[in-house]
Write a protein that binds this ligand. Structure first.
Ligand code: CA
Length: 218
């Protein structure tokens, strides 16, 4: 579960990241609005925690740009301003929920769980490809009608690859989708997952594009 945390307060950012890690979230942390908008536009996150008062671009502007581009990522807004008008502006701009600082970490965790539950209930179509059926809602995978039990990282990898067959996915992009930016990863971890997927399904499922990444043929 990859979350983008956007918070310019060093202590608060550290605190949130530390609190969320044991919950199994991969937390990537940025400290200004412009970088956040760039990351959210180019990479996939299950959720964003967005402070409103940020350098280089206000959180509200980030949110407006995201929604104008039809980016559906669930956003939890953090705000120190307790003026009702800011909260309303945040919700109007497309925030899914908000928390006023200071807040209790337990409450933050509960809000995140609720948001993620809601977002997974949005209909996500099952992906079908040459006898493979992957259902993102139930997290079930079948091959030729048989249920296949995949470890989390293999599931995520297969999901990324099947979203758009024919598109080459770079090693960087896949590694970020699986691990986030700063999780230490063995350099051959991706190859190992690919190898397992080929064995569990069929060898031609994933094509290596030498020096670039991987591809599932159309
Ligand atoms: Ca701030």
């Amino acid at each position: 579960m990859r979350i983008l945390l956007v918070e310019d307060d060093q202590a608060l950012g550290e605190g949130i990241r530390t609190a969320l890690k044991p919950e199994g979230y991969t937390v990537d942390w940025l400290q200004d609005g412009a970088s956040a908008l760039h990351a959210l536009s180019h990479e996939s996150f299950e959720l964003a925690i967005l402070d409103l008062g940020l350098p280089r671009m206000d959180g509200l502007q980030v949110l407006k740009h995201l929604r104008a581009a039809a980016n559906p990522v669930p956003v939890l807004v953090l705000t120190a301003r307790d003026a009702t008008s800011d909260r309303i502006a945040g919700l109007d701009a497309g925030a899914d929920d908000y928390l006023i600082k200071p807040f209790d970490v337990a409450e933050l965790k509960a809000r995140l769980r609720a948001l993620l539950r809601r977002s997974f209930q949005r209909p996500q179509p099952a992906l079908e490809y040459r006898g493979i059926r992957l259902d993102p809602a139930s997290q079930m995978v079948e091959y030729q009608g048989q249920a296949i039990n995949l470890p989390r990282k293999e599931f995520l990898l297969l999901h990324e690859l099947l979203i758009q067959p024919g598109r080459v996915l770079t090693r960087d992009k896949l590694q970020q989708a699986l691990y986030g930016w700063d999780e230490e990863v063995e350099s051959n971890a991706l190859e190992v997952h690919v190898h397992h997927l080929r064995k569990k399904f069929f060898p031609e499922l994933i094509r290596t594009v030498r020096g670039v990444g991987y591809l599932v043929d159309k």
